[in-house]
Design a protein around this ligand. Structure first.
Ligand code: PGA
Length: 250
């Protein structure tokens, strides 16, 4: 089974989210080319309950783009793990490079969120990746090691099978991103796997950053890659389905 998911980031009205989910609802997930893929979508908070409701009973998992680590309290603007559960979410994306860069999210905060997610039965999708300067300095191995070690600090080993890691080189993400060479991804995923704290060595590793329908099968087929995490190329449902099919057929 290969994971293939998309975060919509700060996009989509309720109507657009509903329309996307309705198309997914109509897919026969048990048949080719979709039978071997595990799809997930990560809407903005405003569409979370609607999308969860629309996809209930399908194999499509639904997640949130971030959350707070506390259950409740005076944290204006934040959303808690029980609130995500209440909406029907089963997954939560944590530590995306945009959260780290623009909202000053630290490794320590991400670690608290990972612990809170697992405590509440949410599957954390932990995003890691080196930026361009770190890559130029040849520091990607050290950066990835630090990010996974810190994110998983003191997380009980019994949770290992519920943890997803997305390796996304920051320089490969978004409109100005440069798609990574598959050889580089394979080598870095290998290094990341080797750097995972022992109980988490077998956690699923996804690749993300400028993934599209043309390169999806190549990235998904790399040794050590257990799936794909997609932005722009999956924001239209047709694009998402093209990527799911490419991975399912590969
Ligand atoms: P992208 O985004 O596919 O648009 O490059 C990837 C991501 O941020 O996860």
């Amino acid at each position: 089974m290969r994971w293939v998911g998309t975060s919509w980031k700060m996009n989509k009205t309720l109507g657009e989210a509903r329309a996307f989910a309705q198309v997914l609802r109509g897919i026969d997930w048990g048949s080719a080319p979709y039978a071997g893929v595990r799809p997930f979508v990560i809407p903005p908070f405003t569409a979370l309950a609607t999308v969860c409701e629309a996809l209930r009973g399908t194999p499509v998992l639904v997640g949130a783009q971030t959350m707070h680590w506390e259950d409740a309290g005076a944290w204006t603007g934040e959303i808690s793990p029980p609130m995500l559960r209440d909406c029907g979410a089963t997954l939560v994306e944590l530590g995306h490079s945009e959260r780290r860069a623009y909202f000053a999210e630290t490794d320590e905060a991400i670690n608290r969120k990972v612990a809170a997610a697992l405590r509440h039965g949410l599957r954390p999708l932990i995003c890691v990746g080196e930026n361009a300067a770190e890559r130029r300095a040849g520091r990607e191995g050290a950066v990835l090691r630090r990010q996974v070690e810190e994110a998983l600090r003191d997380i009980p080993a019994e949770h290992a099978r519920n943890v997803l890691i997305a390796y996304e080189p920051v320089w490969a993400i978004g409109r100005d991103g440069t798609p990574a060479e598959p050889g580089y991804v394979a080598a870095t995923i290998g290094a990341l796997r080797a750097a995972m704290p022992a109980p988490f060595a077998a956690a699923s590793l996804l690749y993300g950053g400028s993934v599209d329908a043309a390169n999806a099968a190549t990235y998904a087929g790399l040794d050590g890659v257990d799936g794909l995490f997609v932005g722009r190329a999956a924001w239209e449902v047709e694009g998402f389905l093209r990527i799911l099919s490419a991975v399912g057929r590969a």
